[in-house]
Design a protein around this ligand. Sequence first.
Ligand code: TRP
Ligand code: SF4
Length: 404
Amino acid sequence: MASNNQNPRVLSGMRPTGQLHLGNYHGALKNWVDLQYQYECYFFVADWHALTTGYEDTSRIGAHVWEMVIDWLGAGLNPGACTLFIQSRVPEHAELHLLLSMMTPLGWLERVPTYKDQQEQLREKDLATYGFLGYPLLQSADILLYQPKFVPVGEDQVAHVEITREVARRFNHLYGREPEFEAKVERAIKQMGSKQGALYRSLRKAYQEQGDGESLKQAQALVDSHHHLVLADRERLIGYLDGAGRVILPEPEVLLTATPKVPGLDGRKMSKSYGNTIGLREDPDEVTQKLKTMQTDPARARRTDPGDPAKCPVFDLHRIYSSAETQTWAAQGCRSAGIGCLECKKPVIDAVVTEIRGIRDRAREYEENPELVRGIISEGCEKARDVARETLDEVRSAMGLEYR
Ligand code: TRP
Ligand code: SF4
């Protein structure tokens, strides 16, 4: 695994939905900004993924891509600290997707929970397509190309990382046989000593022939206890137990993003399709106006009616933006009708507007200078391609496809 950086690698992607809102920010982007200084991060615009559900009208994709990249930069992604790129500019994603598709059982894709759910939710679209079924596998290719240790995603994407791990395991199983693997395993078994070697063989046999999980565990423990063996031999002996070989595509781990509930202006989840959003680069006066008229606990029809913060979307914003003291002040004032809703909203409005001002200020330079943004992305695509090419070379060679 080539890396010019000591930190573990992280990869994540986002569909280009145009201008981002506070829901996108607190659900993913803000976390990325934090991660860029702790890991070697690759973040990409999943523009091909946008086609899996939006293939009919592609006229806005380009605009959406650039708007989103400007939001990323405005939010604080620093091109000096992380690599930003666009999926379709690294065609290796398509090649790995194709190669993986040859060995991915159809049932794995049909069983991904989002497959049926999304088809039902987006009934107005015809999603009985090849591309839509294959989209989790495209995501697997996105991930495995970069051999990341971690993939930061929200709960809704965990199943996709899970299938990615299964695909990697299957790939390694099929193509991870190094030359002389069996001979190397035999030599390692000899080094265990004749008694222990024989025990290893019989435990392996019990596991492989009777599926005896207890024998597998005992055999693994036995191998682990042989500290005098070099690590590579211990890995071979472990791999040999269940028929695996060398690891070409390492299995990534989910880095679960803690996603606070971000309410929209109408109290439902903030979402572009509900039209209830606050944009990351929206005009502060408009943001203030929107928040002033934001839904509160309907029980507080009059100023003198007490309310319940648990039933108020504004209070969910307090949870994100306010200190513990301010939250206590708001909750008590609400329950006792000691404060009015506008008064309660004031600290939230201030905090949101301050955040948005910061993002707007950072974004301005990029809005005014599209070439600067193009340059950052071009550089990121080059860098991503170097990594992707390297993985793909290994993949082709493991599959016996490097003939020319
Ligand atoms: N499917 C993700 C989403 O809809 C976006 C995505 C595509 C992604 N490829 C990825 C996320 C690879 C993480 C890693 O949000
Ligand atoms: Fe919501 Fe605050 Fe009004 Fe209570 S006082 S209903 S928490 S806005």
